[in-house]
Design a protein around this ligand. Sequence first.
Ligand code: GLU
Length: 347
Amino acid sequence: MNIKIFIVAAMILISQSVFSASSRPHIVILATGGTIAGTAESNTQTTGYKSGAIGVQTLINAVTEINTIARIDGQQISNIGSENMTSDIILKLSQQVNALLASNDVDGVVITHGTDTLDETAYFLNLTVKSDKPVVFTAAMRPATAISADGPMNLLEAVTVAADPNAKGRGVMVVLNDRIGSARFITKTNSTTMDTFKAPEEGYLGIIVGGKPQFENRVEKTHTLRSVFDVRNLKKLPTVVIIYGYQDDPEYMFDAAISHHVDGIVYAGTGAGSVSVRSEAGIKKAEKAGIIVVRASRTGNGIVSSDKELPGLVSNSLNPAKARILLMTALSQNKKPVLIQNYFNTY
Ligand code: GLU
């Protein structure tokens, strides 16, 4: 080949690869641990394994296909089972996501997380991310070492959603098992099966078919850019505990919460947030001590609405774990019961 033609051909190839690299969206993967980063001794082991064992770069290297969809960077936030997730870590995660999305160079974020408390972290980010760029959580039910591990495909699909222009402005999303859920509604519904993330009343935002996201719904509840909550400079979240309602539930659980100076209590009541006489006395005592109490439902679905006969604010359709997240976030901004009840009605 003539040397001039060779040089021109090489320049065209280089400029094409530079162009295609910069035209692909830039997605940052933040890894926090969980089964998606878990390893077991054998490839048939799907319980009793170690979660949070492998690092973010190993997760990325296992799915080279994501590089054809986006320019990928990875950061390790933590490497833990999500039963050990804390409000300090989710606050740091929210602040890091806000910092990344404020940059013109970042188009979206994918967060890998343990499935056990994924819905709590995802909902916290749904309340506190100040951007309409896509934020997508993903996870796995089978460790990375298992036959048919679900993590690699879930990661690929999460990156696909985060890189899709149609994913903008839909609030924080959860992608597993070919489905796109809203952080507001989705929750883990089964301890072991792959199709565990569901929103029985509200359904999914969309599906991923043939490697492409197909969106079907939008979320009406307030989230991300329209949310009033700003935790970007917050040092610590308030302390909120959950007290479970059941036959014989004792009043002393409230005494314990009061003596630990908690800022808020979520009561996971029976049915539509009904309260035993013992817990009713406990709630009244806590409110006298200046603690905000929110009644939710242990059923996991349906609405808890205000009842003049009963003390406490109400969670509307949030499950107790997500009601705790909203109460912590709300109390970090103000302590007025009327305003906080309004948040529960609209977020
Ligand atoms: N308990 C672990 C966690 O939540 C493993 C569960 C999972 O990731 O599926 O991180």
